[in-house]
Design a protein around this ligand. Sequence first.
Ligand SMILES: *[C@@H]1O[C@H](CO)[C@@H](O)[C@H](O)[C@H]1NC(C)=O
Ligand SMILES: *[C@@H]1O[C@H](CO)[C@@H](O)[C@H](O)[C@H]1NC(C)=O
Ligand SMILES: CC(=O)N[C@H]1CO[C@H](CO)[C@@H](O)[C@@H]1O
Length: 512
Amino acid sequence: MQPLVLLSFVGLALAGLPYQGLFHGRPRHGFVDHGARLSHQRAGKVVSSNAEDYPGVDTKWFTQKVTHFDDSNKDTYQQRYRYNNNFRKGNDIVFLLIEGESEASLRWAGYPKYQWLQMAADHGADAFQLEHRCFGQSRPYDDLSNTTLEYCLMEEALEDVASFIQGINVEMKYKNPKWVTFGGSYPGILSATFRSIHPELTVGAVASSAPLTFTFDMWEYAWSMEETFKTIPGCAEAIQNSFTHAQQMILDEDQRDKLNTKLKLNPPFTKTTNYIEFDNFFENLFAVFQDVVQYTMDGRNEATKGPEGKEIYSLCKLMTTNDDPIDKLWNVIVWSNDQDGEAITEFPNSYDDFITYLRNETFDDEADGLPQASNRGWLWLQCSQLGVQQSTDQGKNIFGQIIPINYFIRLCKDGFGEDFMSAQNQYDRTAALRKKYGTGNYKATNVVLPNGSFDPWHKLGFYTPDEENGVVPVPIDGTAHCADMYEEYDGEPKDLERARQIVRDNVAKWLK
Ligand SMILES: *[C@@H]1O[C@H](CO)[C@@H](O)[C@H](O)[C@H]1NC(C)=O
Ligand SMILES: *[C@@H]1O[C@H](CO)[C@@H](O)[C@H](O)[C@H]1NC(C)=O
Ligand SMILES: CC(=O)N[C@H]1CO[C@H](CO)[C@@H](O)[C@@H]1O
C-alpha cells in the first residue's frame, strides 16, 4: 500500500488540488466510501476491499440505454452492479443501494455491518448495489468530454434505476417483488426522488443526509459549520481571527510573503497575483475545515471517532492555542492530512493546475489513483443541475466572505466551456431541476429521511413530515454526514441508535 499512497500524494500535489482532497464537499472516493479505505485510515479496523473477503457478492453488468429520453440514439453501455446473495430467503424482498458520484465500492456491497445489509439480513433480502452512470466503470461513452457529459445527468441516472429494477425482476423471476432503495448524500436525493417519480417499482426508500432542497448557491453549508464550531468554547472566534488575518495579509502586498512562507504556498502569491487565485486559495483552505466538520464522529473509521481523531474537538484544540493565527491554520492543514496518513510539505496553490486537472476528460481508475474523473463528474453534476456550490455568501460569518458564488460560476466555465456555462444557464438548469422534482414541495409515500445536526448538508434536508403518507424526516442530534449508514460503535453519539431504529421500523412496515 505504501508506494501507492505515495504515488497518489505526488499526483495530487501536481494536480494543484488541496492535499486532503475534499472537493466541493465531495471527499476523495465519494461521500460515503470516503475514509473506509486503508490509505485514509489513521488506525484501527479496516473495512476490506478484497473480493475474497466477500464471498457471495458477484460483480455483474447490466445493459443500459445511453439515453432514456431520445429514441433515435440506440447506443447502450454496460452498467456495473453487484449482487449479494448472502441473506436471500427467496421471499421476493429486494434491497437496492443506489451509488453516486464515485466508483461503487465492493465493501458497500458486502460488508455486513453496514446498516442496509443488516436490514437485508433481518428480512432475508436479495441485496443489489448499482453504480451511477459516468462514475467508476459505468461509462456511457469512452470519455467525459463536454458532449458525452450531457448523458451524465440525474434524470438519466434515475431512469437507469427504473430499467435496472425492471430487468432484474425478469431475470430473477420475482413474482411479487418488494424493492426498497437506499442512498446517502447525493444518492439520498436519488433514492427519495426515485420513490416519488416511480412509486410503482418500490415499496419504500431510505434517503440519508439527502440535500433534497438543493439550491444553486449553498451558503447554508458555511453557516452550518459556523453553528457547529460555536458549540465549542473559543473555537469559532479563533477560526474567525485566523481567517481574518489571512485575508488582511493577502490584501497587503507586503505581507503576502509572510503568508507564502507560513503556509508553504506553491506557487507563492506575488504582487501581481490575480484575484481568482485568492478565491481558489481560500476554497482549498476552507475545504480542510469542511472535511473535518462533514464527517465528524461518524464512526466510519477509527480516525473520525475521537477523541483525538479527525473531528471538530481536535481541530478546535489546535485553533485555540496561543500560536500565531496563520501558524494555527498550517497546524490544522498538517494535522488533517496526517490523520489521513499523508504527510505534507507544501500547500498546492495554482488555479491553472486545478483547471488543467478538471479539464482532463479521461476516465481513470479510482480504485488505484486519483478520482480525477469522479471530481470532474461531480463538478459537472453541480454546474449543470444540482448547484449546491458551497460559497460564503451569507453575509457576515466567521470565515469572512472568502468564496463568492462567482468563483464557482467561473470554475464551471473554465471546466466545461464559456458559452454553455453562462451564469444564466447555470442558474436556469438548477431551477429547472428543482421544478421538475418538486424540490421544497417533495411529495411521496414511504420515505425515511435521516440527517445529522453536525452535517452541513442537513441545511438542505427535507423536514416536513407527512404521517398519512409515511414521509418520515429523522433529525439526528450530534452526528455527521450519513452517520446512520455505517456500523454501530462504542461511544457513538447517543441519538444514533434511536434514528436507526426509526429507519428499521419503517422498512419493516413497508415489507409487511
Ligand atoms: C489525463 O488523465 C489521464 C488519466 O489519469 C492521464 O494519463 C493523462 O496524462 C492526463 N492528461 C493530461 C493532459 O494531464
Ligand atoms: C468544452 O470545454 C472546454 C473547456 O474544458 C471548452 O474550452 C470548450 O469550448 C468546450 N466545448 C464545447 C463544445 O462546449
Ligand atoms: C432545517 C432543519 O430543520 N434542520 C434540522 C435537522 O436536524 C437537526 C437535528 O439533528 C435540527 O436541529 C434541524 O433543525
